[in-house]
Write a protein that binds this ligand. Structure first.
Ligand code: ASP
Ligand code: MG
Length: 420
């Protein structure tokens, strides 16, 4: 049994949906669970609907939603002939699910409405792809994942109830895979015990796929992406970025920590727990070898370069020239926790502390305001934070040269520099 995940970019045009079908044709005789994201930038489009709705701009919410409906109907019409009508009927059920809500006034939390609406993106995309695959004789069963993945009601960042979900997987999903072969379902979403929809956090489908892989004891998970493999740097920023054919789980978690947008960091643990390998493959050219991520040690990795942009440095100085002790630091970390902010870099001095954050202006000003009660606070925005894992002297020179350095840190494995 294998788990595949296709992201939004793999189905953002008619040709790409056809391409996904061609890939899956090669796996017709396999037991395959296929997780598919919302099409292209649909999740962002849904977020705009939620925003308009919650701020009681109902007309705007409805007209934004009309556009989403039209886009999906157009795609379905292009792709389908014999299966168009039943597909349209199923799409319309989901349209109605959203519209019921959109005609009301918001009385619950923003996050609640976010989840009720945003989840529709994956329900629509998987409906179309599943009908299309069936029409093309790539037989599959479509499953509403909200009947399988049970979560708490921590909307927008819901936590999976592993026991209940395992039971549904055993009772509902395994028999389908055993008898029918392919199952198409959604990532990123789930439901509470009161049948309210939930989401697991942006870009959460990789994680959903890993939850399934774990509970199905899958032989592997494959994430199909538009890049040839995991690379040692973002090729849009580093011209000579190279492919990495093999990584281990820990390395991927480290890379994600420093800000590499490879794989959703929550994805690794469910796989690591059962030693399930994760393949990253290119949907544009499936013949490329891609990357395998597993438990084995991997030697001789190239320097891995991650650049975080739009960073802000917060310098905190004790007001009375006293040492910055446990008490002050403790209070500060409580503030971080309260605002769910994680510093990307910290450095301690005798009477000062430096913390570097992503520049989320709303949060930064709240934090600075609260910290000003104990410290003199100074903010320096507009910075970048470079991390090089497995650095060499050559790579340090290459990437730091000519930059105005504000903070530099170096351990055996990692070189980090904050610069302007
Ligand atoms: N569609 C969701 C998002 O764009 C989930 C995902 O693609 O992983 O965040
Ligand atoms: Mg995505």
């Amino acid at each position: 049994m294998k788990v595949f995940k296709f992201g939004g970019a793999s189905i953002n045009t008619i040709e790409r949906i056809q391409n996904v079908k061609n890939i899956l044709k090669e796996y017709q005789n396999e037991k395959l669970l296929i997780i598919i994201s919302a099409m292209g930038k649909m999740t962002n489009a849904f977020e705009k609907v939620v925003d308009a709705f919650y701020n009681e701009r109902n007309e705007e919410a409805l007209s934004l939603f009309e556009k989403i409906k039209k886009d999906h109907i157009t795609t379905a019409k292009y792709l389908l002939v014999t299966h168009y009508l039943p597909c349209e009927a199923q799409l319309k059920n989901f349209f109605t699910e959203a519209e019921w809500l959109l005609h009301d006034k918001p009385v619950q939390s923003y996050d609640y409405y976010y989840d009720q609406l945003v989840c529709i993106g994956e329900l629509l995309s998987t409906t179309i792809v599943s009908f299309y695959l069936n029409e093309m004789k790539v037989n599959n069963t479509w499953v509403d994942v909200r009947d399988i993945i049970r979560t708490d009601n921590n909307f927008r960042d819901a936590n999976v109830d592993w026991n209940y979900t395992q039971l549904q997987i055993d009772q509902q999903l395994k028999p389908l895979l055993e008898t029918g072969g392919m199952v198409v379902t959604q990532g990123f979403i789930g439901a509470t015990d009161e049948n309210e929809s939930t989401t697991l956090g942006r870009e959460g489908s990789d994680y959903s796929a890993a939850v399934f892989a774990n509970m199905l004891d899958a032989e592997s998970q494959t994430i199909w992406k538009d890049v040839p493999s995991v690379m040692n740097a973002d090729p849009r920023e580093v011209a000579d970025a190279v492919s990495i054919s093999e990584l281990n789980y820990t390395e991927v978690i480290e890379m994600a920590y420093y800000g590499a947008q490879v794989i959703h960091p929550k994805t690794i643990k469910p796989l690591q727990n059962k030693g399930i390998p994760l393949y990253v493959k290119c949907f544009l050219d499936p013949s490329l070898p891609g990357t395998v991520i597993h438990n084995k040690p991997v030697k001789e990795l190239p320097p891995i370069i991650v650049i975080k942009k739009n960073q802000v440095m917060m310098e905190l100085k004790s007001k009375d020239f006293s040492f910055v002790g446990e008490e002050h630091t403790g209070t500060l970390y409580h503030l971080f926790e309260k605002l769910s902010m994680r510093p990307n870099l910290t450095q301690n001095g005798a009477i000062s502390l430096v913390c570097v954050f992503d520049n989320r202006e709303d949060k930064i000003s709240k934090l600075a305001g609260a910290a000003a009660e104990i410290f003199d606070v100074q903010l320096t925005p507009g910075l970048e934070l470079l991390a090089i894992r497995h650095f060499s002297n050559e790579s340090v020179v290459k990437y730091s040269c000519g930059k105005e350095c504000l903070v530099k840190q170096r351990t055996q494995q990692n070189f980090r520099m904050l610069y302007r």
